[in-house]
Design a protein around this ligand. Structure first.
Ligand code: PPS
Length: 568
């Protein structure tokens, strides 16, 4: 049996009085604004969650971790925890210098004595740590596209914890959890790590794990950073709270972990085990495809489904935590009960709903059966993600000046308002230029800024469940793509190319601008003296020559119906 050691674990914080003094002094230091991921890492460094680390990795430790999963002194540590900065920031920092580490609001959380500064080989880090230099892996994508060029290493002196305004009562440092376990007299505690809402299969699995290990259960979800596209942590925590009373209350505890996951499969599982050991746990559940990042760019899984279990098994004794391994759990209809897939009675009917299928059912407002999840959890998920016909979306018209964008957009707005149900906002080119972008002209830089502003407003409208109709020229494909990415974080983006030819726009010349442009009296005029990138694959292309406005707007309505954005 694993002996519990619930003595306090070392933290990197200085005393309250020293912290006040240090904070004043640190105001004069060169300071680095932490990214969200670095703030998560710093919190766990300072509170002992990343014990034995005393700061961000030095170059020697980094090389050793990347190559051997161990620090230079031989201690097991599978995941690089590094402070990446820009080249320009690195130039301002000398070895031996103290720097201040600030959160995104500018609050000084810690100081760090810089002992190392180096340019890492990111492809090597990707290959060795994540198994492939393939940007389909979220951590590799992060490494190549969002991680600074230079790493700084050195010991950290903690001043204060990052401030959290949400779910304060559910967040515990390793020492707070250890104290809780001591107070409750819990000797054997099994942790369940998760980044997903808990459905019945998870409840069954955790229940069985606790029974098997004869242990109390800690549900220990990650609320720092998880896989892009996951259900947001606010919704998840409400779901966890809903499930909590399905467990016997004296045996189960819920605590939130502000970890920034890397989705590193086996290495990540081992890292999770060490972090749980630091939080005072004696047992740790590792299921199928633990911390799996999904498919690689060849469409194959990055890691085998049980690779993580294998690696944790090899090191569990050294870490001092016992793994409780689990196979994939499935529902057996005849028994009305969940079983590990390798224990299903012969000939029985197995039911399963994959993550993708669940998302589809939520998006289309379809039934989610009670054998799969708890009604309280489904209700929370539906509240956050209503079916498509109730979600916000953006219709983005693009086309030459005088192509008919505004007229069709206006007609569409009226038709959508007639249907009702969601607020509709029109961001017409001229309206925006009057209210949002009055200081801008028509250079590429100004047009881009104008479109990005429209995109920002449209994505906010979409996020809040409204319909944004945009109708600028938006001549540059790259800028339109950027707006699409912004909006698609929150809902659908429907690009409509109003494909009126230049000749027809010029023939109509409703504002007399083409004439002036031809005479050289208006510079940089789209189509005449400035480019227009024709959209290659818009959701819809409407021809206005020989078609009336009403019909054009109706084509858009049909498209929206087809995409499930309005009820048919
Ligand atoms: S952009 O490129 O998307 O930022 O343009 P937008 O904000 O939609 O503004 C286009 C309207 O401004 C008038 N206008 C010009 N258009 C193109 N090029 C130049 N140089 C120019 N100068 C003024 C024109 O009336 C556009 O209105 P629409 O409704 O498109 O005809």
């Amino acid at each position: 049996m694993m002996a519990p050691n619930l003595a306090p674990i070392p933290e990197l914080y200085v005393s309250y009085d020293s912290a006040q003094k240090l904070k004043l002094e640190a105001g004069n230091l060169v300071s680095h604004d932490l990214t969200q991921r670095q703030t998560c890492d710093l919190e766990l460094l300072m509170n002992g969650g990343f014990n034995p680390l005393k700061g961000f990795l030095s170059e020697e430790d980094y090389d050793s971790v990347v190559d051997t999963m161990r620090l230079a002194d031989g201690q097991l540590w599978p995941m690089p925890v590094t402070l990446d900065v820009s080249e320009s920031f690195a130039e301002r920092v000398e070895i031996g210098q103290d720097i201040a580490l600030r959160d995104q609001e500018g609050v000084i959380l810690a100081t760090m004595t810089v002992t190392d500064k180096w340019v890492p080989n990111k492809s090597r880090e990707a290959e060795k740590v994540f198994g492939a230099d393939d940007q389909a892996h979220p951590a590799v994508n992060q490494l190549h596209n969002h991680t600074g060029k230079v790493y700084l290493g050195g010991p950290v002196t903690g001043i204060q914890q990052p401030v959290h305004y949400d779910f304060k009562a559910r967040r515990d440092t390793p020492n707070e959890l250890r104290a809780y376990f001591r107070k409750m007299g819990w000797q054997r505690i099994v942790a369940f790590q998760t980044r997903n809402p808990l459905h019945r299969a998870h409840q069954e699995l955790t229940f069985r794990a606790a029974k098997e290990a004869q242990a109390n259960l800690l549900i220990h979800p990650v609320v720092g950073m998880t896989k892009p596209g996951d259900v947001d942590h606010f919704t998840r925590v409400r779901c966890y709270e809903a499930v909590l009373d399905k467990y016997p209350s004296s045996t189960t505890h819920l605590s939130l972990l502000n970890l920034a996951m890397r989705m590193g499969g086996p290495r990540e599982a081992l890292w999770h085990a060490i972090i749980r050991k630091n939080h005072g746990l004696t047992h740790f559940i590792v299921g199928r495809d633990h911390a799996g990042p999904g498919k690689n760019s060849q469409g194959e899984d990055f890691y085998g489904p049980y690779d993580a279990q294998e690696l944790v098994r090899q090191h569990q004794e050294e870490v001092g935590i016992e793994m409780v391994d689990f196979k994939h759990m499935v529902y057996v209809q005849e028994k009305a009960q969940y079983y590990p897939i390798d224990e299903v009675p012969e000939g029985a009917t197995v039911l399963n709903i994959s993550g993708t299928e669940l998302r589809r059912r939520l998006a289309e407002g379809l039934e989610i059966p009670e054998w799969f999840s708890f009604p309280e959890v489904v209700r929370e998920l539906r509240r956050t993600k209503p079916p498509r016909a109730k979600q916000g979306f953006t219709v983005f018209f693009t086309g030459l000046s005088g192509s008919g964008k505004s007229t069709i957009a206006n007609a569409l707005m009226v038709k959508l308002m007639e249907m009702g149900g969601r607020p509709v906002s029109l961001l017409d080119g001229d309206i925006v230029r009057k209210n949002l972008s009055s200081e801008l002209g028509f250079s590429k830089e100004h047009r881009d800024l104008n479109i990005r502003r429209i995109g920002f407003v449209a994505s906010e409208i979409t996020k809040n469940g409204g319909i944004a109709i945009c109708a600028p020229i938006a001549p540059y494909a790259t800028t339109r793509r950027a707006v699409r990415e912004d909006v698609e974080n929150h809902g659908a983006f429907v690009e409509v190319h109003v494909a009126t030819s230049l000749e027809e726009c010029e023939r109509r010349d409703r504002k007399g601008l083409y004439k002036l442009a031809r005479e050289g009296k208006i510079k940089e005029f789209t189509g005449i003296s400035d480019p227009y990138d024709v959209p290659e694959t818009p959701e819809l292309r409407v021809e206005t020559e020989g078609t009336d406005v009403d019909n054009c707007a109706h084509q858009v309505i049909l498209k929206l119906e087809q995409m499930g954005l309005i009820a048919g």
